[in-house]
Design a protein around this ligand. Structure first.
Ligand code: SAH
Ligand code: SF4
Length: 373
């Protein structure tokens, strides 16, 4: 079988789904049950070397070492916000950098549970004008190994090693990139998450957020492998074209039609994400247009997000008054809108912001005159 290999010819075993791992091991002449053993070591016990896999024969471990590797990304930076939100800047094998964010929530019994926000691409081609990632442009898709190893880094950081009592509870694909434009890898990742004996995330603990990509939406719906969130951000086509030029190439009316026939799980509702930008999309008229949209799509709900301002951005956060007035119009129309508390504001926790500030620091350092002793 042909898998992506490192320059030294080794296969990163984290890049294979369980089915692919079975086929790869079968090619090596290994019995079938070896795949599940290896899978468990990689994803449940988070082994970083084949030598640690003590229930595998010495001979098999040696063979693995000769032709394969376990490559985790390097952690370049960890920032912890005053509200506990923790953001990682990760360096991939080709030196590209991506971000992932952990968001804490305290349960009724006082235990802290975490949600992780995952990236799927280095940059993004959709060019949303308010989004740090969008303004960076697109570099490349992330691999199965790169997407999932964000979770390994987080579990390692949280010492989350008891599969029966996971502290990392939910995953949201809301980091850098447009997941549905990397659908092949996204689907392999969702299948891997769903395997027993590994990371064990059922589709009910996973949400994929998209700006709306026709083909990917159909495929995700058919797979049933995650809940769906739609980044709407504008209640009419004209404004959407201004804010989200890439996404708006697919007309809003067509997106809404597709959502009406989207296959939903029991009790599932589609979440619309609406980022409130001061003076841009936060007027009472826009709230009323949003009401019409939510009413037109069966089984949907809305999350309002207050814009987290980025340096150099033309947008600003709306006043609290405007946010409450906007929310009231939705409530009065019988729509349960939730204002999503903006977490980690002090560490630039919105999509792409940490990478953007790291790039700025580096540019400033490069521009500064060198002082020689
Ligand atoms: N591409 C997908 C998944 C990434 S989501 C999508 O657009 O749905 C990234 C999320 O972060 C989006 O909901 C976007 O609206 C939000 N976001 C981007 N920049 C932000 C900012 N400055 N403040 C708050 N949210 C932001
Ligand atoms: Fe891409 Fe989503 Fe950012 Fe838009 S909001 S540029 S689709 S990552």
């Amino acid at each position: 079988m042909d898998f992506a290999r490192r320059a030294d010819g080794k296969v990163n075993v984290l890049d294979l789904t369980l089915t692919e791992l079975r086929a790869w091991l079968a090619d090596m002449g290994e019995p079938r049950f070896r795949a599940v053993q290896l899978w468990q070591w990689l994803w449940q016990y988070m082994a970083r070397s084949f030598q640690d896999m003590t229930n595998l024969s010495r001979d098999f471990r040696k063979r693995l070492e000769e032709c394969a590797c376990i490559d985790w990304p390097q952690v370049d930076k960890v920032q912890v916000s005053s509200d506990g939100t923790t953001k990682f800047l990760l360096r991939l094998a080709d030196n590209e950098r991506i971000e992932t964010v952990l968001i804490p929530a305290t349960s009724k019994s006082g235990n802290v549970r975490w949600t992780q926000c995952l990236s799927t691409q280095v940059g993004c081609a959709m060019g949303c004008t308010f989004c740090s990632t969008g303004t960076m442009g697109f570099t490349r898709n992330m691999t199965h190994a790169e997407i999932l190893s964000q979770i390994l880094v987080a579990r390692d950081y949280l010492h989350d090693t008891r599969p029966q009592w996971p502290v990392l509870r939910n995953l949201v694909f809301m980091g850098m990139g447009e997941p549905l434009l990397n659908y092949r890898n996204l689907e392999r990742v969702l299948l891997s998450l769903n395997e027993n004996g590994g990371l064990n995330f059922s589709p009910r603990r996973i949400t994929v957020s998209t700006c709306g990509i026709r083909k990917g939406l159909q495929e995700l719906g058919e797979s049933g492998l995650a809940f769906l969130a739609i980044s709407l951000h504008a209640p009419n086509q004209a404004l959407r074209e201004r804010l989200m030029p890439g996404a708006a190439k697919w007309h809003l009316d067509d997106l809404l039609d597709t959502l009406n026939s989207y296959p939903l799980k029991t009790r599932e509702r589609i979440t619309f994400e609406y980022l409130l930008l001061g003076g841009v999309n936060d007027s009472p008229e826009e709230a009323r247009q949003l009401v019409r949209i939510v009413h037109s799509v069966r089984k949907s709900k809305i999350n309002l997000i207050v814009y987290n301002s980025t340096p150099g951005s033309p947008y600003k956060a709306p006043s609290e008054e405007r946010v409450l007035a906007f929310e009231k119009i939705l409530w009065d129309a019988g729509i349960t809108a939730v204002i999503r508390k903006s977490k980690g504001r002090d560490i630039d926790a919105a999509c792409g912001q940490l990478k953007a500030s790291a790039l700025q620091e580096e540019a400033a350092a490069a521009a500064a005159p060198t002082v020689s002793a």
